[in-house]
Write a protein that binds this ligand. Structure first.
Ligand code: FAD
Length: 298
């Protein structure tokens, strides 16, 4: 059994930001990470991350690697590659997790485990995720070069894309049987200049070509859709943390200091907010670090 003051599960932007604050408070902290960042598809596509101050246009993996190098300069930080599982609150109130054959007992636990995206089942869409198919206009809208943009409806959340994306180009909303706008919504969409295409999609081809079941093909600079998000890890549920329903999926409920409903368990980043990005994950992680440290001095 390994005993540690603080364990951070998830060593990406949120988790490393939390660990950094604890390391700077000269506390022992273990980071457990399975290496499956949400934006790894951007790296695989050779694309870059946007909107994070001072790191705009850099590869997501490079940002994470720099952060890790700086974090590991602190001697009180230990890194463990692996997937944490079987979380439980022990009789003495400590938090136990398993990583492979190792059992870890932590005084405080920070969950920074992120979410995964479930895409609508359109052939050819998943292969282009992070390359020419995205969900966040602030992250990837500028790179549409103010040209034609396709919106693949996955749910009524498509309305937000239909109203937002005219600021980044000329959008066409493909309803694809997933969303039926009301009369009022149709009027709002028309006022913004977004075109509506009711024909069903057969597949995505080329960079971002939408092939319709009626045989037409429409070419775009890129596509946006609305994934359903799922917590990557069941650890929060195993510990009994309260969850909240967001428009895209469930997330871990936290207070202003990122404390969950379970004593000594904190959560940050995409796993603990309705919608996220790298900037917000880092800010949440820093706050979770402060929150976990603050409560450990009594
Ligand atoms: C296609 C795409 C493009 C994006 N582009 C941008 C962009 O340009 N700009 C931007 O700001 N944001 C972008 N984002 C959003 C960004 O990726 C997320 O907001 C950010 O990664 C959230 O950080 P996080 O630390 O909360 O979670 P993540 O980065 O998802 O990291 C979670 C970590 O926890 C680990 N983990 C999970 N469960 C366990 C476990 N049980 N044990 C051990 N480790 C575990 C995972 O392996 C992973 O390393 C994009 C997302 C996608 C999908």
């Amino acid at each position: 059994m390994m005993h540690i003051d603080f364990a951070v599960i998830g060593g990406s932007y949120a988790g490393m930001a939390a660990a950094l604050q604890l390391a700077r408070a000269r506390r022992q902290v273990l980071v457990v990470d399975a290496g499956q960042r949400r934006n790894r598809f951007v790296d695989a596509a050779g694309e870059t991350s946007h909107g994070f101050l001072s790191q705009d246009g850099r590869a997501p993996a490079e940002i994470a690697a720099d952060a890790r190098e700086q974090l590991m300069n602190y001697p009180s930080v230990e890194w463990m590659h692996g997937s944490a599982s079987d979380a439980r609150v022990a009789a003495d109130g400590r938090l136990e997790i398993k990583v492979g054959s190792e059992t870890i007992s932590a005084g405080r636990l920070i969950l920074a485990t992120g979410v995964r995206d479930e895409l609508p089942p359109v052939p050819g869409l998943a292969e282009r995720w992070g390359r020419s198919v995205f969900h966040c206009p602030y992250c990837h809208g500028y790179e549409m070069n103010a040209g034609p943009i396709g919106i693949i409806a996955a749910s009524p959340l498509a309305l937000h894309h239909a109203l937002m994306l005219p600021d980044w180009g000329s959008p066409t909303l493909f309803l694809n049987g997933a969303y039926t706008p009301t009369e009022e919504e149709l009027a709002s969409i028309a006022r913004r200049g977004t075109q509506i295409e009711p024909a069903l999609i057969a597949r995505i081809d080329g960079v971002a070509d939408v092939v319709l079941q009626d045989g037409r093909t429409m070419r775009f600079n890129g596509l946006f859709t609305q994934p359903h998000t799922v917590l990557t890890s069941p650890i929060a549920e195993q510990l009994g943390c309260a969850l909240e329903d967001g428009p895209m999926g469930r997330f871990i409920k936290v207070d202003d200091f990122k404390a969950t409903s379970v004593p000594n368990v904190f959560a940050c980043g995409d796993a603990a907010r309705a919608a996220g990005n790298v900037t917000l994950a880092v800010a949440d992680g820093a706050m979770a670090g402060f929150g976990a440290h603050r409560g450990s001095m009594g």
